[in-house]
Design a binder for this molecule. Structure first.
Ligand SMILES: Cc1cc2nc3c(=O)[nH]c(=O)nc-3n(C[C@H](O)[C@H](O)[C@H](O)COP(=O)(O)O)c2cc1C
Length: 335
């Protein structure tokens, strides 16, 4: 169990990622870093207006600080969903204006909204009037072939005029047709300089940079220029990166955790979850990258993906895997 919830800071965060940053993933990451802000997967207003609210919004009390990302473009609906988020205890509501998927475009939200700065500003205003927690916007530097900084500048200015103070910028254009969402995270070039320029021009706004950031030197270089760094895929592939976050970014002096203690905590968590009916694989799938970069990494992943062991739904799998990995590491160290 963790101590009192840490205060919200956007200096370092884990990005919203569909099918990745679910509550199990966030609980796991929270065992590694106490302070890093975690975002949910995007939850659409439709899902909250017509679906099972509790299934979409409930989370473990130890997960915070936590931001709820919403997808939508209808101010009244977003305001309603933001209120629900606040009631559930989220620390921030974030609006997704960066997702390029065609399904999302059909719903007229996501990155295509960058072309409608006034509509986004109305959404932000409606949400902000409905909640006491901060409302933030996550967006791209442009859409399709727009190359000019002024496009993003106009977009940010409109929402800032309605009181939005924090912007998270994925430093790539979103190509709305012809690229898959995955290609849209790889092909359009990263242009951090545009995000830096935004910070320079609007020093009073909080500007967080996102896209392609994977190492501590990269994180620290960005932090010298902008207010925060958001990390997506590296959090999934190399979650142990965050083991240094509390000390390096937030100046915490508490002793850092070990991988073993994280697995222990997850084993306890898995026991409770499995008893509640959660399949074990839903919990352990987020832990595959824990030993990335170490000689035991492959064996760890293998054990955690063992279909037969997962089918038996026995949380002891985690303790068995840890025991074997620790023995192997010991043997490697004394070799
Ligand atoms: C599997 C996956 C799902 C994603 N889902 C979302 C999402 O729900 N909302 C969103 O704003 N961005 C989403 N993104 C984009 C990330 O938040 C982030 O902007 C992008 O991956 C770039 O950061 P990175 O290079 O550090 O991964 C997703 C990315 C990935 C890899």
């Amino acid at each position: 169990m963790l101590a009192a919830p840490a205060p919200l800071s956007r200096r370092l965060s884990v990005a919203p990622m569909m099918d990745v940053t679910d509550r199990h993933c966030r609980y796991f990451l929270r065992q590694i870093t106490r302070r890093t802000l975690l975002y949910t997967e995007m939850v659409t207003t439709g899902a909250l207006m017509h679906g099972n609210v509790d299934r979409h919004l409930s989370f473990h009390p130890d997960e915070g600080p936590l931001a709820l990302q919403l997808g939508g473009s209808e101010p009244a609906d977003l305001a309603h969903c933001a209120r629900l988020g606040e009631r559930y205890g989220y620390d921030e509501i974030n609006l997704n204006v960066g997702c390029p998927s065609e399904r999302v475009q059909r719903g007229a939200f996501g990155a295509c909204l960058m072309a409608e700065p006034d509509l986004v500003a109305s959404c932000v205003e409606a949400m902000q009037q409905s909640v006491g927690i901060p409302v933030t916007v996550k967006h791209r530097i442009g859409i399709d072939r727009t190359e000019d900084y002024d496009f993003m500048r106009r977009f940010v200015t409109a929402s800032a005029a309605k009181g939005c103070k924090s912007f998270i910028v994925h430093a790539r254009n979103a190509i709305l047709q012809g690229l898959t969402p995955k290609e849209n995270r790889e092909i359009p070039p990263l242009r951090y300089e545009l995000v830096y320029r935004l910070k320079q021009e609007f020093p009073e706004l909080e500007i967080v940079v996102n896209g392609g950031i994977r190492t501590w030197p990269e994180i620290e270089n960005h932090l010298a220029v902008v207010d925060g760094v958001m990390i997506g895929r590296a959090a999934e592939n190399d979650p142990w990166l965050f083991s240094e976050a509390d000390r390096r970014v937030f100046g915490d002096t508490a002793p850092s955790v070990s991988r073993g203690s994280v697995v222990d905590a997850m084993a306890r968590y898995a026991e409770i979850e499995v008893r509640r009916g959660t399949p074990l694989r839903h919990v352990v799938r987020h832990m595959h990258g824990l030993y990335r970069g170490r000689p035991v990494a492959r064996r760890w992943r293998q054990m955690l993906s063992d279909v037969t062991a997962l089918k038996s739904n026995d949380p002891a799998l985690l303790r068995r895997a840890l025991e074997e990995i620790e023995q192997r590491e010991l043997a490697l160290n004394s070799a």
